[in-house]
Write a protein that binds this ligand. Structure first.
Ligand SMILES: Nc1nc2c(ncn2[C@@H]2O[C@H](COP(=O)(O)OP(=O)(O)OP(=O)(O)O)[C@@H](O)[C@H]2O)c(=O)[nH]1
Ligand SMILES: [Mg+2]
Length: 362
């Protein structure tokens, strides 16, 4: 117990030297939907406050559900604040753009986060300029459920995400694995170490359904906080300039948005060019999923009609040959099919050929 008390003392005592330009440590939690970000904050608050379990973050009670739509802050000590960022679903460039802006602390705290397109994110960042605090020391923490296995195809995605998170915060993220007792922690640790992560912590979160205090879980949280503090202190041993850092991070996020929009522009141009070269594509806009499905049905129909026409030609040719040779029914022309069907001009499926049918795409 003394050990835990000592950890508490270190965490409570931690504050910034005002000369360094920082006043608050923001632990920025980010990751996919339902991986346990909100529950981890509840866990930290429960351990730190040492009272009743409270679902501060409104973490979903139903297993595997999550739905935080806001970027919310939860003060822990007078210096340390936990930030529950909106979880992302697909990690497409619009979601990641927003995630990077959140991580770089360019968007206001305690506001709803919308995934925006185009240059709207730049507008939101500009609007937030007066409300964000340059004196915040940002510390990124990637939250991942140990229940999930990392597919080989996802490795590059995580590598990109973690290195971008480092670029926009100046710190390589630590990893918090949740659902410690339900997954293969060793496997996940190995995967994240291979991606360059130095510090990985595994937790079984306290949840509304399971919050009987255990010494192990309490200790895990306090040790994690102590490690974060050590890391921050290590970084503070070098001269830093919070204002310059913020500008640098902002320029990286702007750069990301610009590149993303340029790529979107190139894609749009290529699509327009394809449509010019093949006018049929004008009728099938790929962004219209319903039409695209119709397009593939139309193509299939066109192929079927074509093969029916070819079959009919072949049948005509065979009939001509038979007529010339003066023979009766040719053998094995089409397996499992009657000569009557063939001579009556029916297709293999017994359907009449679709004569005069408009094959063009709608
Ligand atoms: N058993 C167990 N359940 C957990 C753990 N962490 C989270 N959960 C459950 O997983 C579900 C999702 O957790 P949340 O904390 O809401 O996930 P989130 O990352 O905040 O999700 P979003 O807000 O959608 O991004 C909830 O039902 C939690 O109770 C854990 O370590 N162990
Ligand atoms: Mg949440």
């Amino acid at each position: 117990m003394e050990e835990l008390a000592e950890l508490r003392r270190v965490i409570r005592k931690f504050s910034f030297d005002p000369k360094k330009g920082y006043s608050r440590l923001l632990l920025q939690l980010f990751g996919y939907l339902g991986n346990g970000k909100s529950s981890f904050i509840n866990t930290c608050k429960y351990v730190w406050d040492d009272g009743e379990f409270i679902n501060h973050t409104n973490a979903k009670i139903k297993e595997d559900a999550g739905d935080t739509m806001e970027r919310r802050s939860y003060p822990l000590t007078k210096t340390i604040t936990l930030v529950d960022n909106r979880g992302c679903n697909t990690m497409n460039s619009y979601e990641t753009g927003e995630i990077y802006a959140q991580l770089a602390n360019l968007l206001p705290l305690d506001y709803r986060v919308e995934w925006t397109k185009g240059y709207q994110l730049v507008e939101s960042i500009k609007e937030a300029e007066n409300s964000v605090r340059i004196s915040d020391f940002i510390f990124p923490i990637f939250v991942y459920s140990a229940k999930k296995s990392i597919a080989p195809g996802e490795i590059d995605l995580y590598r990109d995400l973690l290195s971008k998170a480092r670029d926009v915060t100046g710190i390589f993220p630590m990893v918090v694995l949740t659902h410690k007792t339900q997954g293969s922690v060793a496997e996940q640790e190995r995967a994240f170490r291979n991606l360059g992560v130095e510090r990985i912590f595994a937790f079984e979160n306290y949840t509304p359904n399971d919050h009987i205090k255990t010494r192990g879980r309490h200790e895990d949280v306090l040790r994690f906080l102590q490690e974060v503090i050590k890391d921050v202190q290590f970084r503070l041993s070098e001269p830093r300039n919070p204002e310059r850092e913020m500008l640098h991070h902002k320029s990286i996020v702007y750069d990301y948005i610009r590149k993303r929009e340029e790529e979107q522009g190139v894609r749009r141009q290529m699509q327009e060019e394809r449509e010019r070269q093949d006018p049929r594509q004008n009728r099938v806009r790929p962004e219209n999923v319903g039409q695209r499905r119709k397009h593939s049905v139309d193509v299939k129909m066109e192929q079927e009609i074509r093969s029916d026409d070819e079959r009919r030609n072949l049948e005509d040719q065979l009939r001509n040959i038979q007529g010339l040779l003066g023979k009766g029914k040719p053998e094995n022309v089409y397996e499992n099919e009657t000569w009557d069907n063939q001579t009556s001009g029916k297709s293999k499926k017994g359907k009449k050929p679709k004569e005069g049918k408009d094959c063009s795409l709608q």
